[in-house]
Design a protein around this ligand. Structure first.
Ligand SMILES: Nc1ncnc2c1ncn2[C@@H]1O[C@H](COP(=O)(O)OP(=O)(O)O)[C@@H](O)[C@H]1O
Ligand SMILES: [Mg+2]
Length: 251
């Protein structure tokens, strides 16, 4: 399996405990290049924890995660980002009082000059932000708008745009549409599909089975700190996924 070239990320027997809580009891799953992969499971199943192991927030106690051919050894989310793994967190981590372009370049500002006299290159950042937004055909009013004026869907779009815009190989999203209405959800789903078309692998945690069936190529089911089943989306049904989540059906 490790030599299969279309596998971008391979999680092998990953275990992690928080004190006496065994959050991950040996997780095995993999993501393919050019695919949208869904991760589903009840609250407390370990979804966010395994994702945080991929994105440099946690380090597993045992097992390994192979990304793009090499075992990862991230000391921080910044390390994961540099390796090409971007995460859109549930709270989005946008700064309300800054503009869209300022948020897109937060912590990766473009500067002119060197050393102590380096200046922020606002013009370059605004121009690039405009390009990023129009490339993804995001429905955002203007890169000069302050984030506090944007709707939930527009904020999600900005966060996705930021994750996709810096040549990332994998974009991870934890419940990207949980707080959105029907129309905004449809727009965000379009964006996720666009990411795949642009060559990103995408991992989506979702509780919305209809969305999982619409969007994903592959589904992994977690229960009680383990990945209990994996299915090609085209070969399963929402009913089977629910049964696997609750344990009514074993894999
Ligand atoms: N930082 C933490 N400290 C202690 N326990 C945690 C921590 N993060 C998660 N857990 C526990 O690990 C288990 C898995 O949680 P989580 O990954 O958040 O599940 P999910 O995202 O599937 O709802 C739960 O029992 C949760 O309480
Ligand atoms: Mg979670």
């Amino acid at each position: 399996m490790s030599t299969t070239p279309d596998i971008l990320l391979d999680v092998r027997d990953v275990q992690l405990s928080f004190g006496s809580v065994r959050a991950l009891k040996g997780v095995d799953l993999h993501l393919r290049r050019g695919e949208i992969t869904a991760l589903v499971g009840d609250n407390g199943a370990g979804k966010s924890t395994i994702v945080r192991c991929m994105s440099g927030v946690h380090r597993q106690d045992s097992g390994e995660i192979v990304f793009d051919g090499a075992p990862i050894d991230f000391r921080s989310p910044e390390d994961a980002r540099l390796a090409g793994i971007e995460t859109v967190h549930q709270n989005l981590a946008l700064v309300e009082d800054l503009t869209v372009w300022q948020n897109l370049f937060l912590n990766r500002e473009i500067t002119r000059g060197v050393g102590p006299v380096a200046l922020l290159d606002r013009k370059a950042m605004r121009r690039q932000a405009q390009e990023m937004v129009s490339t993804l055909a995001v429905n955002v009013p203007a890169v000069d708008s302050r984030v506090r004026r944007l709707s939930g869907g527009q904020r999600q779009a900005v966060a996705i745009c930021r994750a996709a815009g810096f040549s990332s190989k994998l974009v991870i999203m934890d419940e990207p549409t949980a707080a959105l209405g029907v129309q905004e959800t449809a727009r965000v789903e379009e964006l996720i599909t666009k990411l795949r078309a642009d060559g990103h692998a995408v991992l989506v945690i979702s509780h919305d089975f209809a969305q999982v069936m619409r969007l994903s190529d592959q589904v992994w089911v977690m229960r009680g700190g383990r990945c209990v089943a994996g299915r090609r989306t085209a070969e399963t049904t929402g009913e089977e996924i629910v049964a696997l989540i609750t344990g009514a059906k074993e894999s």
